[in-house]
Write a protein that binds this ligand. Sequence first.
Ligand code: ADP
Length: 600
Amino acid sequence: MYRSLYFKFIMIFVVFMITVMAVVGTVLLNSVTSYYTNDFKDQMTAFFNLDDSSDPLSGAMDAEDFALDLKERLQAYGTSLGIDNYRNYYILDMNGNFLEGSNEELGRELIKTPNMISAMGGIVGDTQVFGGEYCDYAVPMSGEEGECIVYIKDTQEEMQQISWRLFSIILTSVFFGLVIAAVLSFFLAKAITAPITTLTKNAKLIAEGDFAGNIDVHSNDEIGVLTANFNRMKIALKESMEEVSGERTKLETVFLYIKDAVIAFSEDGRVMQINKSAIELFGDAYDEDFDLSMMLSLFQINSTQAYISNDELGEQTYILRDVQMGDKALDINLGTLKYPDGNQLHEGMIAVIHDITIRAELDKSRREFVANVSHELRTPLTSIKGATETILSYPDMPDDMRNSFLNMAIEESNRMLRIVQDLLTLSRLDNNRTQWKITHFDLSHMLEHIVDVMKKTPEVEERHHRIEYTVLGNLPEISGDRERLEQVIVNVMSNSVKYTAENGLVELSARPSSNGKNVVIKVKDNGMGIPEEDVPRLFERFYRVEKSRTSDTGGTGLGLAIAKEIVEAHGGNIHITSKLGEGTTVRVVLPVETGLESTN
Ligand code: ADP
């Protein structure tokens, strides 16, 4: 209340009124006093300084009873002297004692004033004290009959009454002035504060985020300009706020949906921000108590994986490479994060976690592949080396023994050659450098031809296998690389021949798919079968079920991998089902029209 503009305005007006009235009052009262005093003196001087010819008192002192004579003359000229109830004249002897006067009672009690004393000394006493209790004038008179003093004294009561009345008028004016000032200041304050109050209300609404509407500008004065500027500021602020919030939303979206897991921790390790990827990465481990130390405890960190890097500003980032978390492999960057809280700047941490599981698996399979290649090549090489060294060490070796060592070296060389050829085929398939020769051909012809050739191979003949071929429905002509598709079917059938004990049955069948867009080729054997756990891995490079049981088959472990690449390049798929001890079925689905094009 006391701080409000209303109150301040009223106070200013009141103080202003009182000050003005006090000054006016003082000036008026002083003027009255000085006017009265000066008027008294002027009147006296005029009366007592007349020429002898017009002086009403001239010759009075020559009378015997000059006091009485003087009294009569003074009485007669009472009006000129202003004699009334407040102003009296006295005739005093030279000692100041009362002789005659207009008011005998007062005359006898007269005190000796400086003017009276001056007259007693023979000099006119006309000194007036401004604002004093009385005004007086004393004139020494002398004549033949003696000396006396004519003394005029004004009690100033009249002037005091006038002053008092004036004072009451001023007081009343002050009172009414105050009331008018209060009322005026109230309306003035209201006129000034109303737009300010509206501005204040709007400022509060803005602070609460409400930017609706503009304030009407009613005047061109300072407040009107302020309101117009306020409206402009509001629009500018709204635009910047929208821009900022738009940028914020964009950043939040990026933050939320960024592939890497990002978590920001406060100074005391609490989670301040976490994105979707991070929540998914930590799964059940992420709950409301999750913090920095909990996160670090999830990582299996080994000191060789961690190092510190400094950026240009000297900020340190802790980098943890290839950290295991359960079955996941992660790259973790831990950096400091400065964030404001109130007026203070705090230092938290930000973790950016990159899931490198797939890359790590790829790296692993690449390493395994190199190890496998080395191993597969080393075995035949060791045999070749052993055979040739033995031949060199024993020059007298019997011919048949030497021949068998040499045959062994040739066989192992062939095996190496097959491996290298298969690897080359795979590498070309991987790098899209395979030379495709796409033609339309009769699938049935191709399959019949394969069966004919297979039946005549030493493996089939030696093992007394039966090979049967069935066509179900009308097989269409298909498009594809005939030679390579033949290689696929031969490979699959060779496996059936290889992994089936003597007198086995290998059934080849083909049929169009129900929608006519594909053909389905099946190779079924009643051989040794494949353990369930090995089936999903059969298409991996160099993967073999129990190396010992397949070591004598001369395979490279790459046949099915190549078959898969060729079939998939044609837009088809290959699938194996098997039961250990009962047999294996390989199902190859090929599109009638491949999307694959011949290489120029
Ligand atoms: P390989 O040259 O060793 O035959 P493949 O890639 O053709 O290589 O086959 C991979 C492995 O799958 C073989 O080593 C064998 O253990 C198993 N396999 C493939 N076909 C059959 C089948 N018809 N019966 C049993 N095992 C099979």
